[in-house]
Design a protein around this ligand. Structure first.
Ligand code: AMP
Length: 133
């Protein structure tokens, strides 16, 4: 499947590229949460984590570790968010596996806040039983 990221990878759409290797490439997000927000994109178009070979998935996380270090070193951010929107219902706009690395500063006034629920009596244990792996 051709996605906007495939077109970026092939140079059909311009981007600011920070890194490239055999499995992935890294660009700046065009609409950053904070400036320096980058995307680590699998070269193969796997829609979600479930479709991605383990070695590639591990590689994306290792590249994220390097990106995190670079953002802290050069932009002096206080923290980062590493985010994969894994499927449309999870907020994924581009169905081509990518990992967001977002630089964060104390008091940057940005929030990535999912509303939380509470379990009823015994429900948490039930979920625990169902979800063991
Ligand atoms: P997601 O919602 O996880 O699928 O994220 C898709 C991301 O791709 C969004 O944060 C967009 O801002 C970003 N994006 C879309 N088009 C471009 C582009 N041409 N160059 C760089 N980033 C893009």
């Amino acid at each position: 499947m051709e996605t906007i990221f495939t077109k970026i990878m092939e140079g059909k759409i311009p981007s600011v590229r920070l890194h490239e290797d055999e499995l992935c490439f890294v660009i700046l997000d065009i609409n950053p949460v904070n400036k320096g927000h980058l995307l680590i994109i699998s070269k193969e178009c796997y829609p979600t984590v479930a479709d991605c070979p383990d070695a590639t998935l591990c590689h994306l996380m290792l590249v994220a570790k390097r990106a995190d270090a670079k953002l802290r070193d050069i932009l002096h951010c206080d923290a980062t968010n590493l985010i994969i929107n894994n499927g449309k219902a999870g907020g994924q706009e581009v169905p081509h596996l990518h990992l967001h690395v977002i630089p964060r500063w104390e008091n940057d006034t940005k929030s990535i806040h999912l509303q939380k629920e509470t379990y009823t009596d015994g429900e948490m244990a039930e979920y625990g039983k169902k979800l063991e792996f």
